[in-house]
Ligand binder design. Structure first.
Ligand SMILES: [Mn+2]
Length: 317
């Protein structure tokens, strides 16, 4: 598989790499690392890492503005995304073939070569395996981004998606690159104090029911008060991973700009992506999300998640 992917990339002069909308560090870092590795290995190729830029992720590197004329008939590589509707920047792109690398459950993207493995911690882990096991070249910047993507999606190797293979891959990456990896944690985790005050707000206002389901609806005026945006709650939700009173917890954030509610859900037991998929969402078994327009559906989702906790607890006891 890895060599097949390498040969596919080698074949194309122009390559566009895209990932999911509302990117996280795994999506951004895997895109940038793969782009840079292709460019380093094949300096004559034209490679774009596309999608809308996010100011706070600029520290990982710059995304590219795609020249759609040049990109005509390109190889499209989709990373960290299983469905067409969530591929950021695909609208005007005329691609010849799709190559897909992803660790989400398969959805509607049909690629000529696809490497999908739900047992990988992150897309960054998969790109690391690709680079280290083929003739791709690597440098310090590429290694740093790969490390950050893996650390972020595995929550510092603490989530259930972390395997011995994850650790072995990271060990190989560190041995090969000699990056100063402990210094990199600051890049990932440093936050303004205002965000910690916002965490305190969430903590104080989270509603926890008898089924050990916790949720909060965060309105736009609160986001403004704490000077954070609608994407912030989803970046803070892993802070609640080790609270014994919570089995499942859900942040519902009013997203005025897009006239919808952004939903982030985490679980310490019940499988939640099946519930999320009923509400125009999806994701992993224990880490899912959705976007909901109608507050009625939000209320139904809350009910369903609480029920999932109840069923889970009845089974456990
Ligand atoms: Mn990911």
């Amino acid at each position: 598989m890895l060599n097949q992917i390498y040969r596919q990339i080698k074949k194309y002069q122009t390559i566009v790499i895209l990932r999911h909308v509302g990117p996280d560090p795994d999506a951004i870092c895997s895109s940038l690392a793969l782009r840079d590795a292709i460019k380093l290995t094949f300096p004559d190729k034209c490679v774009y890492a596309g999608g809308v830029g996010v100011a706070k992720f600029k520290k990982y590197g710059n995304l590219d503005k795609i020249d759609y004329e040049v990109a005509n008939d390109c190889l499209l590589i989709v990373l960290d995304v299983p469905n067409m509707a969530r591929v950021d920047g695909i609208e005007n792109l005329n691609y010849k073939e799709i190559l897909k690398i992803d660790h989400h459950p398969k959805q509607d993207i049909e690629a000529s070569i696809e490497w999908v493995d739900e047992n990988k911690s992150s897309t960054s882990q998969m790109v690391t395996e690709l680079i280290l096991n083929t003739k791709f070249k690597i440098n310090q910047k590429i290694a740093e981004n790969l490390f950050l993507g893996i650390v972020s999606d595995s929550e510092r190797f603490s989530l259930k998606n972390t395997t011995i293979e994850t650790l072995e891959t990271v060990t190989k990456l560190l041995k090969k690159s000699h990056i100063d990896f402990t210094s990199l944690y600051e890049k990932l985790y440093i936050r303004p104090f205002s965000e910690y005050k916002f965490i305190a707000y969430i903590t104080n206002n989270l509603i926890v029911d008898k089924n050990h389901f916790g949720y909060i609806i965060i309105n736009d005026n609160v986001l403004k008060e704490y000077n954070v945006d609608a994407a912030t709650p989803s970046n803070l939700i892993n802070n609640y991973n080790f609270i014994e009173d919570l089995l499942v917890w859900c942040f519902i954030t009013e997203d005025v700009k897009n006239n919808q509610y952004k939903i982030s859900i985490r679980s310490r037991g019940p499988i939640i992506n099946e519930v999320a998929s009923r509400y125009n969402g999806g994701g992993h078994k224990y880490a899912s999300g959705a976007k909901i327009k109608d507050i009625k559906d939000v209320n139904n989702l809350v009910k369903d998640l609480s029920e999932a906790c109840q069923i889970y607890e009845n089974k456990e006891n």
